[in-house]
Design a protein around this ligand. Structure first.
Ligand SMILES: [Ca+2]
Ligand SMILES: [Ca+2]
Length: 103
């Protein structure tokens, strides 16, 4: 009985996207810098999300802002976007927020 109730509740949360209750398949620990949508990859999709975030365009509630602050200054801005695009283009191999940057 209890398991069925949990299964129904879990299904309702997934189907109706209940605010305040989130599930993540991302591993616990510090944010995966640059992976704004937490899908385990850093690519142009993340750059597009960051650009939308900076321009305050659309719904950005699902973006992990800790992962977007790539220089660690506490602000998500165009500098972070530049850093992310440089990473995607393989100009740098790590983010300044991670320390010992090569940029
Ligand atoms: Ca991603
Ligand atoms: Ca920043």
């Amino acid at each position: 009985m209890y398991k069925k109730l949990l299964l129904v509740l879990f299904t309702l949360v997934l189907v109706f996207n209940v605010p305040g209750i989130t599930f993540s398949l991302a591993p616990p620990g510090p944010p995966y810098y640059g992976d704004l949508n937490e899908d385990g990859m850093i690519n142009t999709m993340n750059a597009a999300l960051l650009r939308r975030c900076i321009l305050h365009f659309g719904n950005n509630n699902y973006i992990d802002f800790n992962a977007a602050d790539l220089d660690g200054d506490g602000v998500v801005d165009s500098v972070d976007y530049t850093i992310l695009t440089r990473y995607i283009l393989n100009i740098i191999d790590r983010f300044p927020v991670e320390g010992d940057s090569n940029n």
